[in-house]
Design a protein around this ligand. Structure first.
Ligand code: EPU
Length: 430
């Protein structure tokens, strides 16, 4: 087991390079299976969710060759079916993309029900609704999801009941080779939706409208291998912006797409950041004392739910009282107890949090309750008086590449340490 030891009080200074987008990579890697030739992926983030997916690809029979730390050749031509029922599938959310991919490539698939961060109920009814509309039969039995297209998939007009990132991507994956035309309405518009569509189009798909409310797909008979560079991760960028503002530092954030960060930048400015935006970078400093604000999370282009914990740290130290209304997950605020342990005044009632700013956070032993909450605990530790211990590092590893290294290079006092496993300690004593 490992912990992060964070000593507060040092403003961050310097330059940080943002990696490839996790939520694009975790869809694009499974999608390589649909190509009739090898794919080359670039700007792939080095995070544990990607390692799990590469393991799944190899277990299925793909040849995965790392050309460098961030680029891979994936040749899936030897994969004969899409049955993923082992522990790896349960370890992450994105394994559900193998349902859409398997339907498209083999006409059927079975995948163990996906895990991922506990943010509340995470049903997949909209994914199944889309598969069924395209002509597949679906079944869930003993924790395994089965989808079977029988005599083939046919294009359909699908209106999603709620806006879902995963269901939008899964429907696109299943529909790219379905016979005829598919129209997806009320879809998600996140940058990673557009990235997945761009990758599929590079493979020969005919997808239009990604990034708007309606996606139109004309089925094609085959997809070829493609070379593709994954977009920068807007949440990683937002996390470093939050860390710079929280510590009162001055940081240049490189390798970003400013358009994807518009909402985050505007809310950061509102609470006291000064942000100068360039073509593919930005520089962030703190202009004034932090000010309270109210924020509601919404699907893109609204304020992203995945920035709530990091933004909460800023609001915990802001002058005045802020209200966060969570519009996506029922259990987004699981980290509230941890921030309270550090002296924050943080009250939660269902999907609403009320935060009254305090002058300074205090160090404490805290836990990462999920990926983004883990990053937020580290940011809180960087601002707190004393030394904070953050456990649950494995959550942070799921989505942040070299988080400790990047922060250290910005001058943060943060270390990763091994902590003795109590079971093996006892065994050694015995
Ligand atoms: N929902 C349904 N039925 C469905 C699908 C979703 O009711 O069939 C509900 C969910 O319960 C939730 C809302 O719809 O209330 C939105 O869920 P969505 O499907 O958009 O989320 P997701 O695809 O499971 C992705 C990201 C999450 C991010 C959300 C929202 C991936 C692998 N995960 O999850 O990212 O919070 O979109 O933007 O893309 C993270 O990166 O830390 C993370 C949790």
């Amino acid at each position: 087991m490992e912990k992060l030891i964070v000593t507060g009080g040092r403003p961050l200074h310097g330059t940080v390079d943002i990696g490839g987008a996790k939520n694009a990579a975790v869809a694009i890697i499974p999608a390589t299976l649909m190509a009739d030739g090898p794919c080359v992926l670039e700007n792939v983030p080095v995070i544990s969710d990607v390692s799990i997916l590469m393991d799944i690809m190899q277990e299925m029979g793909a040849e995965v060759h790392a050309m460098s730390s961030h680029s891979y050749v994936i040749d899936s031509r030897d994969i004969k079916n899409c049955e993923i029922q082992d522990e790896n599938a349960r370890r992450m959310r994105a394994s559900y993309y193998y349902l859409g991919v398997g339907l498209s490539k083999f006409g059927k698939a079975s995948v163990a029900l996906p895990g991922g961060c506990d943010l509340g109920a995470r049903p997949i009814d909209q994914h199944l609704k889309a598969f069924e509309a395209l002509g597949a039969k679906t079944d869930v039995d003993q924790g395994i999801v089965y989808v079977d297209a029988g005599s083939g998939l046919k294009g359909a007009h699908i209106f999603f009941d709620i806006v879902s990132v995963g269901a939008t991507i899964n429907a696109m994956l299943a529909a790219v080779k379905a016979e005829g035309r598919t129209i997806l309405e009320n879809v998600a518009k996140e940058p990673h939706i557009v990235d997945v569509a761009n990758f599929l189009n590079k493979m020969g798909a005919d997808i239009r409208g990604a990034g708007t409310d309606v996606i139109k797909i004309r089925g094609v008979s085959s997809l070829k291998g493609a070379q593709y560079s994954i977009i920068p991760d807007q949440i990683e960028a937002g996390t470093f912006i939050a860390a710079a503002v929280a510590t009162g530092g001055n940081v240049k954030v490189n390798n970003i797409t400013p358009k994807h960060l518009e909402t985050i930048i505007s809310r950061m400015r509102e609470v006291g950041a000064e942000i100068l935006v360039d073509e593919d970078s930005l520089t962030v400093t703190r202009k004034s004392v932090l000010c309270a604000t109210n924020v509601r999370t919404m699907p893109h282009p609204g304020f992203p739910t995945d920035m709530v914990p990091q933004f909460s740290v800023l609001l915990s130290m802001a002058e005045g009282t802020s209200i966060i209304t969570e519009g996506i997950w029922s259990n987004r605020f699981r980290y509230a107890d941890e921030l309270r342990r550090m002296g924050a005044s943080f009250t939660v009632d269902g999907k609403i949090a009320v935060i009254s700013g305090v002058e300074r956070l205090q160090a404490a032993p805290v836990m990462s309750t999920d990926l983004r909450a883990g990053a937020a605990m580290v940011i809180a530790g960087l601002c707190a008086q004393g030394t904070t211990e953050v456990s649950g590092v494995e959550y942070i590893d799921r989505g942040y590449e070299d988080f400790v290294g990047k922060l250290s290079r910005l001058g943060a006092d943060v270390k990763r340490i091994q902590i003795p496993d109590p079971v093996s300690e006892l065994a050694a004593i015995g």
